[in-house]
Design a protein. Structure first.
Length: 214
């Protein structure tokens, strides 16, 4: 008896499943088509992005290969274009090359390019922190105390790997202005940063022993 009931229940369940697919075959087909298109779109987007990155990489490398110390205008234009393409890898590299080789002397233009990276480029957190640090370092001679600390605030109030660099920059800023008590405060903070750069930490310790020991 129990076996017969079980057979009937199984048959009924199978019938319900079959009827469900028959009654909803259009909707099911539509869902399958949508899933297929989504998968195609996902892989197509990945391929386009990959090819775009390769193209930008080639542009960056060819620009550096063709770099002409006599006529720099072409290099400046190409690297500026690369920054404005907002590529998370090669846009920062392009700006660093411009700065390291002093190809743009107008600080306002450089700061505009920094802002493209910081505000408009989808950078990883630590890369963005590095760009913020480099922008602050680039402008450190023109910033007052409040501006300097405010600019570096996202880094010094985080666990960023660039925190010790930021603290050291602030300490040097105060030391250069003969505000030694403030400088000492930031040199000391470096000693308690868990992931502090070893060289920065050692240098800060040397400065404390040399310049602030009683």
């Amino acid at each position: 008896m129990d076996e017969e009931i079980s057979i009937i229940d199984t048959s009924t369940r199978n019938e319900k499943i079959r009827n469900f697919f028959i009654n909803n075959k259009k909707n099911i087909l539509l869902v399958i088509i949508i899933i297929i298109f989504l998968l195609i779109g996902y892989f197509l987007y990945g391929e386009i992005k990959k090819r775009g990155n390769i193209k930008i990489a080639n542009e960056y490398n060819s620009t550096l290969i063709d770099y002409d110390l006599v006529d720099k205008s072409k290099t400046v234009g190409q690297l500026t274009d690369l920054v404005n393409k907002k590529n998370k890898t090669y846009s920062p590299l392009a700006l660093y090359f411009l700065i390291d080789n002093n190809l743009i002397k107008d600080k306002e233009k450089i700061n505009i390019l920094f802002d493209v990276l910081i505000e408009k480029t989808n950078l990883e957190t630590e890369i963005k922190n590095l760009v913020i640090y480099k922008k602050t370092l680039y402008n450190s001679n023109d910033l007052n105390e409040i501006e300097l600390i405010k600019t570096l605030d996202p880094i010094i109030n985080s666990k960023s790997i660039w925190k010790s660099h930021a603290l050291y920059l602030i300490a040097e800023y105060f030391y250069s202005r003969d505000e030694k008590n403030k400088a000492k405060e930031f040199f000391l903070q470096i000693q308690f940063v868990e992931n502090a750069n070893s060289e920065i930490k050692l240098e800060a310790k040397k400065r404390l022993n040399r310049d602030f020991s009683e």
